[in-house]
Design a binder for this molecule. Structure first.
Ligand SMILES: Cc1ncc(C[n+]2csc(CCOP(=O)(O)OP(=O)(O)O)c2C)c(N)n1
Ligand code: SF4
Length: 472
Protein backbone atom coordinates (compact mmCIF):
# COMPACT_ATOMS: atom_id res chain seq x y z
CA UNK A 1 0.00 0.00 0.00
CA UNK A 2 1.33 3.45 -0.91
CA UNK A 3 1.90 5.72 1.98
CA UNK A 4 0.39 9.18 1.53
CA UNK A 5 2.33 11.91 3.25
CA UNK A 6 0.07 14.93 3.64
CA UNK A 7 1.68 18.32 3.56
CA UNK A 8 0.74 20.78 6.25
CA UNK A 9 -2.22 22.81 5.07
CA UNK A 10 -1.16 26.16 3.63
CA UNK A 11 -4.24 27.72 5.16
CA UNK A 12 -2.73 27.03 8.58
CA UNK A 13 0.24 29.23 9.45
CA UNK A 14 3.64 27.59 9.80
CA UNK A 15 4.63 29.89 12.58
CA UNK A 16 1.90 31.36 14.75
CA UNK A 17 3.22 34.86 14.30
CA UNK A 18 0.10 36.57 15.70
CA UNK A 19 0.31 34.62 18.95
CA UNK A 20 1.88 36.73 21.69
CA UNK A 21 4.86 35.42 23.66
CA UNK A 22 7.94 33.55 22.55
CA UNK A 23 6.25 30.22 21.69
CA UNK A 24 5.14 30.43 18.07
CA UNK A 25 4.97 26.66 17.54
CA UNK A 26 2.25 25.33 19.84
CA UNK A 27 -1.37 26.34 20.13
CA UNK A 28 -2.98 27.78 23.26
CA UNK A 29 -5.34 24.80 23.52
CA UNK A 30 -5.07 22.20 26.29
CA UNK A 31 -3.59 18.78 25.41
CA UNK A 32 -6.28 16.54 23.91
CA UNK A 33 -8.61 19.44 23.07
CA UNK A 34 -10.65 19.04 19.89
CA UNK A 35 -10.37 22.64 18.70
CA UNK A 36 -6.87 22.19 17.21
CA UNK A 37 -7.96 19.10 15.25
CA UNK A 38 -10.93 20.91 13.78
CA UNK A 39 -8.76 23.90 12.83
CA UNK A 40 -6.45 21.56 10.95
CA UNK A 41 -9.33 19.93 9.10
CA UNK A 42 -10.76 23.31 8.11
CA UNK A 43 -7.34 24.41 6.84
CA UNK A 44 -6.97 21.24 4.78
CA UNK A 45 -10.48 21.50 3.33
CA UNK A 46 -9.97 25.14 2.37
CA UNK A 47 -6.70 24.19 0.64
CA UNK A 48 -8.24 21.26 -1.18
CA UNK A 49 -11.14 23.34 -2.43
CA UNK A 50 -8.77 26.12 -3.51
CA UNK A 51 -10.68 28.88 -1.73
CA UNK A 52 -8.01 30.14 0.69
CA UNK A 53 -7.78 33.55 -0.98
CA UNK A 54 -11.48 34.23 -0.41
CA UNK A 55 -12.07 32.39 2.87
CA UNK A 56 -13.13 34.34 5.96
CA UNK A 57 -13.34 32.57 9.30
CA UNK A 58 -15.47 34.05 12.08
CA UNK A 59 -14.15 33.06 15.45
CA UNK A 60 -16.37 33.22 18.50
CA UNK A 61 -15.96 34.11 22.13
CA UNK A 62 -14.82 30.94 23.86
CA UNK A 63 -11.60 28.92 23.92
CA UNK A 64 -11.29 29.39 20.15
CA UNK A 65 -11.44 33.19 20.41
CA UNK A 66 -7.82 33.24 19.23
CA UNK A 67 -8.38 31.01 16.19
CA UNK A 68 -6.83 33.82 14.13
CA UNK A 69 -3.41 32.97 15.59
CA UNK A 70 -3.40 29.86 13.46
CA UNK A 71 -5.16 30.48 10.17
CA UNK A 72 -3.71 31.91 7.01
CA UNK A 73 -6.94 33.38 5.67
CA UNK A 74 -9.37 36.20 6.26
CA UNK A 75 -10.59 36.45 9.81
CA UNK A 76 -13.06 38.32 11.96
CA UNK A 77 -13.32 37.85 15.71
CA UNK A 78 -16.95 38.38 16.53
CA UNK A 79 -18.95 39.33 19.64
CA UNK A 80 -20.28 36.41 21.69
CA UNK A 81 -22.87 34.43 19.72
CA UNK A 82 -22.96 36.87 16.82
CA UNK A 83 -20.86 35.01 14.26
CA UNK A 84 -23.85 34.06 12.06
CA UNK A 85 -24.96 37.72 11.89
CA UNK A 86 -21.46 38.93 11.04
CA UNK A 87 -21.06 36.12 8.50
CA UNK A 88 -24.37 37.16 6.92
CA UNK A 89 -23.07 40.70 6.53
CA UNK A 90 -19.79 39.62 4.97
CA UNK A 91 -21.43 37.14 2.62
CA UNK A 92 -24.09 39.55 1.44
CA UNK A 93 -21.67 42.41 0.95
CA UNK A 94 -19.05 40.22 -0.72
CA UNK A 95 -20.86 37.17 -2.15
CA UNK A 96 -17.64 35.66 -3.55
CA UNK A 97 -16.22 35.13 -0.04
CA UNK A 98 -16.42 31.74 1.64
CA UNK A 99 -17.60 32.54 5.15
CA UNK A 100 -17.23 30.05 7.95
CA UNK A 101 -18.69 30.59 11.36
CA UNK A 102 -16.79 28.70 14.05
CA UNK A 103 -18.66 28.45 17.34
CA UNK A 104 -18.72 26.60 20.66
CA UNK A 105 -21.90 25.34 22.28
CA UNK A 106 -22.10 28.24 24.74
CA UNK A 107 -21.56 30.72 21.93
CA UNK A 108 -23.90 29.11 19.40
CA UNK A 109 -26.64 27.53 21.48
CA UNK A 110 -26.82 29.83 24.54
CA UNK A 111 -26.13 33.54 23.93
CA UNK A 112 -26.24 33.09 20.15
CA UNK A 113 -29.20 30.70 20.03
CA UNK A 114 -31.49 33.02 18.15
CA UNK A 115 -28.72 34.24 15.86
CA UNK A 116 -28.02 30.76 14.51
CA UNK A 117 -31.71 29.92 14.26
CA UNK A 118 -32.45 32.99 12.17
CA UNK A 119 -29.41 32.61 9.90
CA UNK A 120 -30.31 28.95 9.31
CA UNK A 121 -33.93 29.86 8.70
CA UNK A 122 -32.94 32.51 6.17
CA UNK A 123 -30.81 29.89 4.47
CA UNK A 124 -27.74 32.11 4.38
CA UNK A 125 -25.13 30.68 2.07
CA UNK A 126 -22.60 30.05 4.82
CA UNK A 127 -20.86 27.22 6.62
CA UNK A 128 -21.04 26.74 10.37
CA UNK A 129 -18.70 24.58 12.44
CA UNK A 130 -20.33 23.92 15.77
CA UNK A 131 -17.98 22.54 18.42
CA UNK A 132 -20.09 20.70 20.95
CA UNK A 133 -18.04 19.85 24.04
CA UNK A 134 -21.03 19.95 26.39
CA UNK A 135 -19.50 22.67 28.55
CA UNK A 136 -18.23 26.27 28.66
CA UNK A 137 -14.50 25.55 28.38
CA UNK A 138 -13.05 29.06 28.41
CA UNK A 139 -14.76 30.34 31.52
CA UNK A 140 -13.99 27.33 33.68
CA UNK A 141 -16.50 24.59 32.97
CA UNK A 142 -19.99 25.99 33.47
CA UNK A 143 -23.09 24.27 32.13
CA UNK A 144 -23.81 24.75 28.42
CA UNK A 145 -27.13 24.16 26.63
CA UNK A 146 -25.64 20.85 25.46
CA UNK A 147 -24.53 19.66 28.93
CA UNK A 148 -25.88 16.15 29.53
CA UNK A 149 -28.45 15.26 32.17
CA UNK A 150 -26.54 14.30 35.28
CA UNK A 151 -23.31 15.94 34.05
CA UNK A 152 -21.48 17.81 36.78
CA UNK A 153 -20.22 21.25 35.89
CA UNK A 154 -19.21 24.19 38.03
CA UNK A 155 -22.79 25.52 37.82
CA UNK A 156 -24.46 22.11 38.16
CA UNK A 157 -22.25 20.64 40.90
CA UNK A 158 -24.78 17.91 41.63
CA UNK A 159 -25.38 17.23 37.95
CA UNK A 160 -27.78 18.76 35.42
CA UNK A 161 -31.40 17.89 36.10
CA UNK A 162 -34.33 18.21 33.76
CA UNK A 163 -36.32 19.94 36.48
CA UNK A 164 -33.75 22.67 37.13
CA UNK A 165 -31.97 23.18 33.83
CA UNK A 166 -34.04 21.34 31.25
CA UNK A 167 -32.81 18.94 28.61
CA UNK A 168 -29.70 19.22 26.47
CA UNK A 169 -30.42 21.02 23.20
CA UNK A 170 -29.86 19.01 20.05
CA UNK A 171 -28.84 21.60 17.50
CA UNK A 172 -28.83 19.42 14.37
CA UNK A 173 -32.29 18.08 15.12
CA UNK A 174 -33.56 21.57 15.92
CA UNK A 175 -32.24 23.06 12.68
CA UNK A 176 -33.51 20.06 10.71
CA UNK A 177 -37.02 21.23 11.60
CA UNK A 178 -36.37 24.31 9.41
CA UNK A 179 -36.97 24.35 5.69
CA UNK A 180 -33.89 26.22 4.50
CA UNK A 181 -30.72 24.42 5.67
CA UNK A 182 -29.15 22.26 2.94
CA UNK A 183 -26.64 20.22 4.90
CA UNK A 184 -26.61 19.25 8.57
CA UNK A 185 -24.38 16.52 9.94
CA UNK A 186 -23.19 15.51 13.39
CA UNK A 187 -19.73 13.97 13.64
CA UNK A 188 -17.36 13.20 16.51
CA UNK A 189 -13.66 13.21 17.31
CA UNK A 190 -13.26 9.79 18.92
CA UNK A 191 -11.01 7.59 16.80
CA UNK A 192 -9.45 7.59 13.32
CA UNK A 193 -12.68 6.39 11.74
CA UNK A 194 -14.95 9.06 13.22
CA UNK A 195 -12.26 11.67 12.66
CA UNK A 196 -12.06 10.77 8.97
CA UNK A 197 -15.84 11.24 8.75
CA UNK A 198 -15.53 14.60 10.46
CA UNK A 199 -12.91 15.69 7.93
CA UNK A 200 -15.20 14.66 5.06
CA UNK A 201 -18.18 16.49 6.54
CA UNK A 202 -16.15 19.68 7.07
CA UNK A 203 -15.04 19.69 3.47
CA UNK A 204 -18.52 18.95 2.21
CA UNK A 205 -20.01 21.80 4.23
CA UNK A 206 -17.62 24.24 2.58
CA UNK A 207 -18.22 22.68 -0.81
CA UNK A 208 -21.97 23.30 -0.39
CA UNK A 209 -21.25 27.00 0.00
CA UNK A 210 -18.88 27.05 -2.97
CA UNK A 211 -21.74 25.60 -5.04
CA UNK A 212 -24.06 28.31 -3.72
CA UNK A 213 -26.46 25.84 -2.12
CA UNK A 214 -27.11 27.62 1.16
CA UNK A 215 -26.80 27.04 4.89
CA UNK A 216 -24.65 24.14 6.15
CA UNK A 217 -23.73 23.18 9.68
CA UNK A 218 -21.45 20.45 10.97
CA UNK A 219 -21.77 19.69 14.66
CA UNK A 220 -18.58 18.17 16.01
CA UNK A 221 -18.66 16.31 19.33
CA UNK A 222 -15.29 17.35 20.62
CA UNK A 223 -13.28 16.48 23.74
CA UNK A 224 -12.64 19.04 26.48
CA UNK A 225 -10.35 17.11 28.85
CA UNK A 226 -9.85 20.13 31.09
CA UNK A 227 -13.53 20.96 31.50
CA UNK A 228 -14.45 17.33 31.98
CA UNK A 229 -11.47 16.70 34.31
CA UNK A 230 -10.47 13.62 32.33
CA UNK A 231 -7.34 12.51 30.50
CA UNK A 232 -7.42 12.88 26.68
CA UNK A 233 -8.01 9.11 26.08
CA UNK A 234 -10.72 9.01 28.76
CA UNK A 235 -12.33 12.07 27.19
CA UNK A 236 -12.71 10.29 23.88
CA UNK A 237 -14.20 7.31 25.65
CA UNK A 238 -16.54 9.68 27.50
CA UNK A 239 -17.87 10.95 24.17
CA UNK A 240 -18.63 7.39 23.05
CA UNK A 241 -20.27 6.39 26.31
CA UNK A 242 -22.14 9.54 27.27
CA UNK A 243 -22.53 11.88 24.32
CA UNK A 244 -23.39 9.50 21.49
CA UNK A 245 -26.62 8.22 23.11
CA UNK A 246 -27.85 11.81 23.45
CA UNK A 247 -26.33 13.22 20.26
CA UNK A 248 -26.55 10.47 17.63
CA UNK A 249 -24.09 10.87 14.77
CA UNK A 250 -25.38 11.10 11.27
CA UNK A 251 -26.64 13.24 8.44
CA UNK A 252 -29.74 15.26 9.33
CA UNK A 253 -30.14 17.02 5.98
CA UNK A 254 -28.36 16.61 2.68
CA UNK A 255 -29.41 18.47 -0.42
CA UNK A 256 -26.06 18.12 -2.17
CA UNK A 257 -27.52 16.09 -5.01
CA UNK A 258 -30.64 18.14 -5.56
CA UNK A 259 -30.85 20.52 -8.45
CA UNK A 260 -30.05 24.02 -7.36
CA UNK A 261 -33.12 26.22 -7.03
CA UNK A 262 -33.15 29.34 -9.22
CA UNK A 263 -31.28 32.12 -7.50
CA UNK A 264 -33.63 34.79 -6.22
CA UNK A 265 -31.50 37.90 -6.15
CA UNK A 266 -32.77 40.27 -3.45
CA UNK A 267 -33.26 43.73 -4.89
CA UNK A 268 -30.55 45.89 -3.42
CA UNK A 269 -31.05 49.62 -3.33
CA UNK A 270 -28.32 52.10 -2.67
CA UNK A 271 -28.66 53.97 0.61
CA UNK A 272 -29.49 57.12 -1.34
CA UNK A 273 -32.27 55.32 -3.24
CA UNK A 274 -33.69 53.83 -0.05
CA UNK A 275 -33.76 57.23 1.61
CA UNK A 276 -34.90 59.11 -1.47
CA UNK A 277 -31.85 61.35 -1.39
CA UNK A 278 -30.45 62.99 -4.49
CA UNK A 279 -26.77 62.45 -5.15
CA UNK A 280 -24.14 63.78 -7.55
CA UNK A 281 -24.87 66.85 -9.65
CA UNK A 282 -28.59 66.78 -8.83
CA UNK A 283 -27.99 66.98 -5.11
CA UNK A 284 -28.72 70.31 -3.56
CA UNK A 285 -26.71 70.20 -0.40
CA UNK A 286 -26.93 73.58 1.30
CA UNK A 287 -23.67 75.28 2.16
CA UNK A 288 -23.48 76.53 5.74
CA UNK A 289 -23.66 80.32 5.96
CA UNK A 290 -20.89 80.24 8.55
CA UNK A 291 -19.05 77.46 10.37
CA UNK A 292 -20.23 76.80 13.91
CA UNK A 293 -18.14 78.25 16.70
CA UNK A 294 -18.16 74.86 18.38
CA UNK A 295 -19.64 71.45 17.75
CA UNK A 296 -22.99 70.97 19.46
CA UNK A 297 -23.06 67.76 21.49
CA UNK A 298 -26.56 67.61 22.77
CA UNK A 299 -28.54 65.24 24.93
CA UNK A 300 -32.32 65.55 24.74
CA UNK A 301 -34.13 63.68 27.51
CA UNK A 302 -37.61 63.30 28.94
CA UNK A 303 -40.31 60.71 29.29
CA UNK A 304 -41.69 58.47 26.53
CA UNK A 305 -44.58 60.22 24.78
CA UNK A 306 -43.08 63.74 25.10
CA UNK A 307 -41.70 63.55 21.60
CA UNK A 308 -38.08 63.49 22.73
CA UNK A 309 -36.79 61.46 19.82
CA UNK A 310 -38.82 63.63 17.42
CA UNK A 311 -37.28 66.77 18.89
CA UNK A 312 -33.80 65.32 18.38
CA UNK A 313 -34.63 64.34 14.82
CA UNK A 314 -35.97 67.77 13.95
CA UNK A 315 -32.92 69.45 15.50
CA UNK A 316 -30.65 67.26 13.42
CA UNK A 317 -32.74 67.83 10.31
CA UNK A 318 -32.67 71.61 10.83
CA UNK A 319 -28.90 71.41 11.33
CA UNK A 320 -28.66 69.59 8.04
CA UNK A 321 -30.87 72.20 6.35
CA UNK A 322 -28.42 74.80 7.62
CA UNK A 323 -25.61 72.93 5.85
CA UNK A 324 -23.96 71.37 8.89
CA UNK A 325 -22.95 67.79 9.53
CA UNK A 326 -25.29 66.05 11.92
CA UNK A 327 -25.97 62.78 13.70
CA UNK A 328 -28.97 61.63 15.70
CA UNK A 329 -28.82 58.58 17.92
CA UNK A 330 -31.93 57.44 19.76
CA UNK A 331 -31.69 55.58 23.02
CA UNK A 332 -34.82 53.65 23.86
CA UNK A 333 -35.93 52.73 27.35
CA UNK A 334 -37.40 49.27 27.79
CA UNK A 335 -40.93 50.71 27.84
CA UNK A 336 -42.71 52.25 24.85
CA UNK A 337 -44.60 54.86 26.84
CA UNK A 338 -44.23 56.27 30.29
CA UNK A 339 -40.55 55.35 30.58
CA UNK A 340 -37.63 57.65 29.99
CA UNK A 341 -36.34 58.38 26.53
CA UNK A 342 -33.29 60.21 25.35
CA UNK A 343 -31.35 60.85 22.22
CA UNK A 344 -27.98 62.20 21.24
CA UNK A 345 -27.65 64.93 18.63
CA UNK A 346 -24.39 66.20 17.20
CA UNK A 347 -24.28 69.25 14.91
CA UNK A 348 -20.88 70.17 13.59
CA UNK A 349 -18.93 71.93 10.88
CA UNK A 350 -16.41 69.09 11.02
CA UNK A 351 -16.80 65.42 10.19
CA UNK A 352 -18.39 63.66 13.15
CA UNK A 353 -16.35 60.84 14.67
CA UNK A 354 -19.04 59.33 16.87
CA UNK A 355 -22.76 59.90 17.29
CA UNK A 356 -22.57 59.05 20.98
CA UNK A 357 -22.74 61.97 23.39
CA UNK A 358 -21.56 61.06 26.86
CA UNK A 359 -20.41 64.54 27.97
CA UNK A 360 -22.91 66.95 26.39
CA UNK A 361 -22.36 70.68 26.01
CA UNK A 362 -26.14 71.10 25.71
CA UNK A 363 -28.76 69.32 27.78
CA UNK A 364 -32.46 69.66 27.01
CA UNK A 365 -34.27 68.13 29.98
CA UNK A 366 -38.02 67.72 29.68
CA UNK A 367 -38.72 66.02 33.01
CA UNK A 368 -37.18 65.75 36.45
CA UNK A 369 -35.75 62.20 36.29
CA UNK A 370 -33.94 63.09 33.06
CA UNK A 371 -32.65 66.33 34.57
CA UNK A 372 -31.30 64.48 37.60
CA UNK A 373 -29.81 61.74 35.51
CA UNK A 374 -27.91 63.89 33.02
CA UNK A 375 -27.24 67.32 34.54
CA UNK A 376 -23.94 66.32 36.10
CA UNK A 377 -22.68 65.01 32.76
CA UNK A 378 -22.89 68.45 31.13
CA UNK A 379 -19.46 70.01 30.72
CA UNK A 380 -18.56 73.26 32.53
CA UNK A 381 -20.11 76.33 30.92
CA UNK A 382 -22.40 74.03 28.98
CA UNK A 383 -25.99 74.98 28.22
CA UNK A 384 -28.98 73.67 30.12
CA UNK A 385 -32.54 74.10 28.89
CA UNK A 386 -35.16 72.61 31.12
CA UNK A 387 -38.92 72.51 31.18
CA UNK A 388 -39.58 74.58 34.29
CA UNK A 389 -43.28 73.63 34.23
CA UNK A 390 -42.31 70.08 35.15
CA UNK A 391 -38.94 70.57 36.83
CA UNK A 392 -39.30 72.79 39.88
CA UNK A 393 -37.19 73.47 42.93
CA UNK A 394 -34.10 71.76 41.60
CA UNK A 395 -30.63 73.12 42.33
CA UNK A 396 -29.35 74.57 39.06
CA UNK A 397 -25.54 74.34 38.91
CA UNK A 398 -23.80 77.72 38.74
CA UNK A 399 -21.26 76.26 36.32
CA UNK A 400 -23.90 75.98 33.56
CA UNK A 401 -25.68 78.53 31.38
CA UNK A 402 -29.23 77.67 32.37
CA UNK A 403 -32.51 78.56 30.70
CA UNK A 404 -35.78 77.73 32.44
CA UNK A 405 -38.47 77.41 29.76
CA UNK A 406 -42.02 76.65 30.90
CA UNK A 407 -42.48 74.61 27.75
CA UNK A 408 -45.42 72.49 28.90
CA UNK A 409 -47.29 75.55 30.20
CA UNK A 410 -46.72 77.42 26.94
CA UNK A 411 -47.83 74.37 24.94
CA UNK A 412 -50.98 74.15 27.06
CA UNK A 413 -51.75 77.81 26.42
CA UNK A 414 -51.45 77.20 22.67
CA UNK A 415 -53.88 74.33 23.01
CA UNK A 416 -51.87 71.10 23.04
CA UNK A 417 -49.45 69.83 25.70
CA UNK A 418 -47.79 67.61 23.15
CA UNK A 419 -46.06 70.49 21.36
CA UNK A 420 -43.92 71.26 24.44
CA UNK A 421 -41.04 69.66 22.53
CA UNK A 422 -41.40 72.15 19.67
CA UNK A 423 -41.62 75.03 22.16
CA UNK A 424 -38.25 73.83 23.41
CA UNK A 425 -36.94 73.70 19.84
CA UNK A 426 -38.01 77.33 19.41
CA UNK A 427 -36.34 78.29 22.69
CA UNK A 428 -33.06 76.69 21.65
CA UNK A 429 -33.26 78.49 18.33
CA UNK A 430 -34.07 81.79 20.03
CA UNK A 431 -31.10 81.50 22.39
CA UNK A 432 -28.50 80.26 19.94
CA UNK A 433 -29.63 81.34 16.47
CA UNK A 434 -27.89 78.19 15.25
CA UNK A 435 -30.28 77.95 12.30
CA UNK A 436 -33.00 80.25 11.14
CA UNK A 437 -36.73 79.93 11.66
CA UNK A 438 -37.35 78.87 8.05
CA UNK A 439 -34.86 76.02 8.35
CA UNK A 440 -36.53 74.83 11.55
CA UNK A 441 -39.94 75.02 9.86
CA UNK A 442 -38.66 73.04 6.88
CA UNK A 443 -37.38 70.39 9.26
CA UNK A 444 -40.76 70.25 10.98
CA UNK A 445 -42.56 69.96 7.63
CA UNK A 446 -40.36 67.01 6.70
CA UNK A 447 -41.06 65.18 9.96
CA UNK A 448 -44.73 65.90 10.61
CA UNK A 449 -46.94 63.47 8.75
CA UNK A 450 -50.29 65.11 9.55
CA UNK A 451 -50.18 68.41 7.71
CA UNK A 452 -53.09 69.81 9.74
CA UNK A 453 -50.71 69.89 12.71
CA UNK A 454 -48.24 72.20 10.96
CA UNK A 455 -49.92 75.42 12.08
CA UNK A 456 -49.93 74.33 15.70
CA UNK A 457 -46.24 73.43 15.52
CA UNK A 458 -45.39 76.75 13.88
CA UNK A 459 -47.13 78.54 16.73
CA UNK A 460 -45.23 76.43 19.26
CA UNK A 461 -41.94 77.22 17.56
CA UNK A 462 -42.63 80.96 17.64
CA UNK A 463 -43.79 80.87 21.25
CA UNK A 464 -40.60 79.05 22.24
CA UNK A 465 -38.43 81.58 20.41
CA UNK A 466 -40.22 84.39 22.25
CA UNK A 467 -39.89 82.70 25.64
CA UNK A 468 -36.16 82.20 25.34
CA UNK A 469 -34.53 84.43 27.88
CA UNK A 470 -31.66 83.76 30.28
CA UNK A 471 -32.77 82.71 33.76
CA UNK A 472 -30.15 84.71 35.55
C1 LIG B 1 -21.46 38.94 26.41
C2 LIG B 1 -20.66 37.90 27.11
N1 LIG B 1 -21.26 37.05 27.97
C3 LIG B 1 -20.53 36.10 28.60
C4 LIG B 1 -19.20 35.99 28.38
C5 LIG B 1 -18.40 34.95 29.12
N2 LIG B 1 -18.05 33.83 28.26
C6 LIG B 1 -16.89 33.78 27.61
S1 LIG B 1 -16.71 32.38 26.73
C7 LIG B 1 -18.19 31.81 27.23
C8 LIG B 1 -18.71 30.47 26.80
C9 LIG B 1 -17.71 29.62 26.12
O1 LIG B 1 -18.17 28.35 25.92
P1 LIG B 1 -18.31 27.68 24.51
O2 LIG B 1 -19.01 28.58 23.55
O3 LIG B 1 -18.95 26.36 24.72
O4 LIG B 1 -16.83 27.54 23.98
P2 LIG B 1 -15.58 26.71 24.55
O5 LIG B 1 -14.86 27.67 25.45
O6 LIG B 1 -16.12 25.52 25.29
O7 LIG B 1 -14.82 26.38 23.35
C10 LIG B 1 -18.82 32.71 28.08
C11 LIG B 1 -20.13 32.49 28.70
C12 LIG B 1 -18.60 36.90 27.48
N3 LIG B 1 -17.30 36.85 27.20
N4 LIG B 1 -19.35 37.83 26.87
S1 SF4 C 1 -10.82 24.21 28.28
FE1 SF4 C 1 -11.57 22.55 26.99
S2 SF4 C 1 -12.23 23.52 25.07
FE2 SF4 C 1 -10.92 24.96 26.16
S3 SF4 C 1 -8.88 24.63 25.36
FE3 SF4 C 1 -9.06 23.39 27.20
S4 SF4 C 1 -9.75 21.42 26.47
FE4 SF4 C 1 -10.12 22.86 24.83
Amino acid sequence: MDMVVKEKAKSILDQYKYKPGPDKESTHYCPGCGHGNVHKMIGEAVDELGVADRAVLMSPVGCSVFAYYYFNMGHIQVAHGRAPAAATGVKRAQPHTIVMSYQGDGDLAAIGGNNILQAANRGENMTVFFINNAIYGMTGGQMAPTTLLGQRTSTTPRGRTRANEGFPIRVCELLASLEAPVYLERVALIDPKTTAKARKAIKKAIQMQVEGRGFSLVEILSPCPTGWKLSPPDSREWITKNMLPVFPLGVYRDRSKEELPPVEEPKLETVAEALGIQTGEAATIPKPSAPLRETVRMKVAGFGGQGILFLGEVLAEAGMQAGHRVTWLPSYGPEMRGGTANCHVVISSERIGSPTVSLPNVLVAMNRPSYERFVNDVIDNGMLLYDSSLIEGVPVPERLRSYAIPATQIADSIGNTRVANVVMLGAYLGITGIFDREQALNALRLHIRRTQLLDLNEKALDAGMKAASPKK
